[in-house]
Design a protein around this ligand. Structure first.
Ligand SMILES: [Zn+2]
Ligand SMILES: [Zn+2]
Length: 271
């Protein structure tokens, strides 16, 4: 069984059409299932694939949703997440309690009338809201060691490092790093990870125009992957304008410096 699966890789907006099929059009979501429970990172439209897989189960696993931040592309799949409407489901949301916004309140405001027919508080599932431990204090969730750190992004974003049974993945979606000035602390956070999944929303020719928008290029991903000696680099948060062949070109360019690079795609399992 593949424990960790990338469920959505598109940034900003979902896309569809024949030129977006290979990398997929769903926005950010990741899942990691262990015998103790189901860990999700973010709830973009890629969450619909998790709903489909859980629909055939008689017993739902306990579910924890780790939020990187609250931008809509990372939440928009949540209102139609099947387990919300099951009285057998237990769902815990977790985020950084030191964010400048009140994230619980923001989540409740996002899913309520008139934006959606059922408010989050009226959902059938048992819901919990929990604060992440301090960045330097890894948590154990369903047998997975979960660590996080803040990364540069408007209103701040959390990067997560998950380690389980020999596997390790860093998820750093929505992060603005300059390839020439990667902070040592972030390199150490990624050190030796089996897979680094990182924001490559902009190309090197675009980034000058979009400084401060909170996203990186493949060049930053390559710099971090090399410095941290990760096993594999996966580029994600693809711009909604980027066709499959455009992403192929980005991956090709990155492979010249870091050969173990792939473009993240919807429902891609990681060993
Ligand atoms: Zn995003
Ligand atoms: Zn964002």
């Amino acid at each position: 069984m593949h424990a960790f699966v990338i469920r959505g890789t598109r940034g900003t907006l979902p896309t569809c059409g024949p030129t977006f099929l290979r990398y997929g059009g769903d926005t950010t979501c990741f899942s990691l299932e262990t015998p103790q429970g189901l860990l999700l990172i973010d709830a973009g439209t890629g969450l619909r694939h998790v709903t489909q897989e859980l629909a055939d189960r008689i017993d739902l696993p306990p579910i924890t949703v780790l939020l990187t931040h609250l931008h809509m592309d990372h939440l928009v799949g949540l209102p139609s997440f099947g387990p919300l409407y099951s009285s057998h489901a237990r769902i815990r949301f977790m985020a950084d309690s030191n964010r400048e916004d009140d994230w619980e309140e923001a989540l409740l405001a996002f899913i309520r009338k008139p934006y959606w027919p059922v408010g989050l508080t009226d959902a059938d599932a048992t819901l919990e809201f929990g604060a992440l431990a301090a960045p330097g204090e890894p948590m154990d969730i369903y047998g997975v060691r979960v660590a996080w750190c803040a990364v540069p992004h408007p209103q701040q974003c959390a990067a997560y490092r998950l380690e389980w049974n020999g596997g390790s993945v860093v998820v750093a979606t929505d992060a603005e790093f300059d390839a020439r000035q990667i902070p040592d602390s972030f390199v150490e956070f990624c050190r030796g990870a089996g897979h680094l999944i990182i924001d490559a929303h902009f190309t090197p020719s675009e980034i000058g125009q979009y400084a401060g928008w909170g996203h990186s290029t493949w060049e930053a991903g390559v710099a971090i992957a090399k410095a941290a000696e990760v096993g594999e680099l996966l580029l994600t948060h693809h711009s909604p304008n980027r066709h499959d062949t455009d992403i192929d070109g980005i991956v090709e360019a990155a492979r010249k410096t870091f050969p173990r690079t792939r473009g993240a795609s919807t429902n891609m399992p990681l060993d």
